[in-house]
Design a protein around this ligand. Sequence first.
Ligand code: ATP
Ligand code: MG
Length: 274
Amino acid sequence: MIQAQNVGFAYETDEGLRRVLHEVTLSIQSGEMIAVLGQNGCGKSTFARLCNALLPMQEGKLTVAGFDTSDKKMTFELRRVCGMVFQNPDNQFVSSVVQEEVAFGPENYEVPRQDIGAIVKAALHQVALDGFEHRAPYTLSGGQKQRLAIAGVLALSPKVIIFDEATAMLDPMCRREVLAMMKKLQAQGHTIVMITHYVEEAVLADRVALMQDGKILAFGTAREILCDKEKMDAAKLLMPHAARVYYDLLAEGITLPMCPLTEEELLEAICRFN
Ligand SMILES: Nc1ncnc2c1ncn2[C@@H]1O[C@H](COP(=O)(O)OP(=O)(O)OP(=O)(O)O)[C@@H](O)[C@H]1O
Ligand SMILES: [Mg+2]
């Protein structure tokens, strides 16, 4: 669904060109949930923005849902199949009424007017915002705003949805809500790219692309990556708490049957230990 081959990118700055992506190569399958995990400034958002042509391609090849992101004629269509949800939903809203906000995308893509009402209703239902049609977006809570942003993206039936630190501004409960929404959308067949620097969120992904300094350090299952002490150290990230306990116990001579990713798995591993 997303194929990146030696993608490179540099920003022009007053001090000259600043290279922030180096030979990024990745292959994301349809229906996967991928976490792009890395420290602040490692290039995650730059990669995300290249995926739906918010930034122009400079080096390498990047295709998303069959669209070559360097093909400017297809940018409009590309953005329909590859939706993005950002950290701050307030920056994305264009309307003062919830239902108009969700209708904005389909209207822009000239969806027949008589179909739009049903699309808006379905999208709001998907994110559990039924009954909010006439509210003003600014009156919603942080979590509701983020769900509205997701509804706006869903109204275009995208194949890929990229969440760029979409939970960063939310309290723990709303964060869980949005993460659960990502899982639900994946179950419905969307390909999900979750960009995060929270290791505990990356645990939810099928595979994790670990980034550092504009490079992909490793790409593998969540367990392969997040339980790999060396790689996580290299990316200057802490492993999930459960995995850290595993390594602490290992240092004490206690080897649990497996390296756990979650507290539940840790409990299970401790119970199975004898
Ligand atoms: N418009 C810009 N001009 C110049 N440099 C930029 C620009 N945007 C980002 N950068 C720099 O490029 C590097 C990568 O930025 P990017 O936003 O892709 O990282 P990120 O991994 O998303 O970080 P964060 O976790 O803070 O969101 C950073 O060092 C950043 O300062
Ligand atoms: Mg970012």
